[in-house]
Design a protein around this ligand. Structure first.
Ligand code: P1T
Length: 386
């Protein structure tokens, strides 16, 4: 691809995928399943030697993902939590990790259980106020970890403010931003000062709820080199077939995200108007406390909404016909779930309740079905749960 082609979808379709790269000129990147590659002599190989260390399809996907993020290096992993394992392996015994207080339940559980075993300490703080971050920094803090918007409360964290004040304070702290909820189509954390962007590619990036995968993207060569080493040495690699699927999913990321945005805003506005709904969280609603920051920091929002229900939550979830009751998010299909019992059940109860993750908090992943059908489905379930 020439350097002039800079449109998002042009990059998604062409970056690192010129048919000139392979002798048969296939337009769709070839899926190579081979786990090993012939060598001319011992340790004399071309691009690949063994499938865990690298393979053609993974290289295509990583090149495309780096281009979409406007980043230099992308390293993929067998899941989002695999990426988390690798990134936190940059820490040493005795280091401290400071994390946002509202995170995906699995990430929270990882921090509270797996880091301790390695002698790494951690604390959580509400990062919606940048001064909280600075006040919580300890002499041994080596990493700051945040999601924005947060899962499941859709709180926003000002990435640039956090990055600027961290760097003016201490240069050696690695700022990690989980961009799973918005993707590089709506938010570019590296441009705002993050050192590493982490993804669960299982969500919007793949977009079809049929692959579990994660990625780390960075402009820092030293960090990339170490993450690449962990990817291979720890063996947390994605399969060539899954890489093919995610690369294919990226082709429609722009179209899907536009439709997720349109549908989620329509559903959010409808929810706000319904008497059975207490409060709605969607950053592009003017009622969102950080709506101004959303307009400044992002170019749109995905299909993620959470809201407090006044009625019976089990009845509401049972009545839904088009929305499926299931964990996960970011696929073309609409999903609904109850974070307190599902995605965030692993968070200690006191922490969950202090955050406001009660049994009345419902999370929606609004898909790309027809807008009117989604609203009609929500309406009949709300009407029935009063
Ligand atoms: O599931 P996995 O690919 O390992 O990704 C973990 C992960 C990381 N970061 C965020 C923001 C996430 O939402 C997730 C996974 N989340 C769900 C499965 C969920 O339903 O919220």
């Amino acid at each position: 691809m020439t350097s002039k082609a800079e449109g998002f979808s042009t990059k998604a379709i062409h970056a690192g995928q010129s048919p000139l790269q392979w002798s048969h000129r296939a337009v769709v990147p070839p899926l190579v399943m081979s786990t090993t590659f012939q060598q001319d002599g011992p340790a004399e190989f071309k691009d690949f030697d063994y499938g865990r260390s690298g393979n053609p399809m993974r290289k295509v996907l990583e090149t495309c993902l780096a281009a979409l993020e406007d980043g230099e290096h992308c390293i993929t992993f067998s899941s989002g939590l695999g990426a988390t394992t690798s990134i936190t392996s940059l820490l040493e015994t005795g280091d401290h990790l400071l994390a946002g207080d509202d995170l995906y339940g699995g990430t929270n559980r990882f921090i509270q259980n797996c880091l301790k075993k390695q002698g790494i300490t951690y604390s959580f703080t509400d990062m919606t106020k940048v001064e909280n971050v600075i006040n919580a920094i300890q002499p041994n803090t080596k990493m700051v970890w945040l999601e924005t918007p947060t899962n499941p409360l859709m709180k926003l964290i000002n990435i640039k403010d956090v990055a600027d004040s961290l760097k003016s304070h201490r240069q050696d702290i690695i700022l990690v931003v989980d961009n799973t909820f918005l993707t590089c189509y709506f938010q570019k954390p590296l441009e705002l000062g993050a050192d590493i962007v982490i993804y669960s590619l299982s969500k919007y990036m793949n977009g079809h709820s049929d692959v579990i995968m994660g990625a780390a993207i960075t402009n820092k060569h030293d960090l990339a080199k170490r993450l690449r080493f962990f990817q291979n040495a720890m063996g947390i690699v994605p399969s060539p077939f899954d890489c093919f699927m995610v690369n294919r999913g990226l082709k429609t990321l722009e179209l899907r995200m536009q439709q997720h945005m349109k549908n989620s805003l329509a559903v959010a506005k409808f929810l706000e108007s319904h008497p059975c709904v207490e409060r709605v969280f969607h950053p592009y609603l003017p009622s969102h406390p950080q709506h101004e920051l959303a307009l400044k920091q992002t170019t749109g929002h995905s299909g993620m909404i959470s809201f407090y229900l006044k009625g019976d939550e089990r009845k509401f979830l049972k009545e839904l016909k088009i929305f499926t009751l299931a964990e996960s998010l970011g696929g073309y299909e609409s999903l609904a779930e109850l974070p307190s019992l599902m995605t965030h059940a692993s968070i200690p109860e006191d922490m969950r309740l202090a955050l406001g993750i009660t049994d009345k908090l419902i999370r929606l992943s609004v898909g790309i079905e027809t807008e009117q059908d989604l609203i009609a489905d929500i309406k009949q379930a709300l009407d029935a749960c009063q």
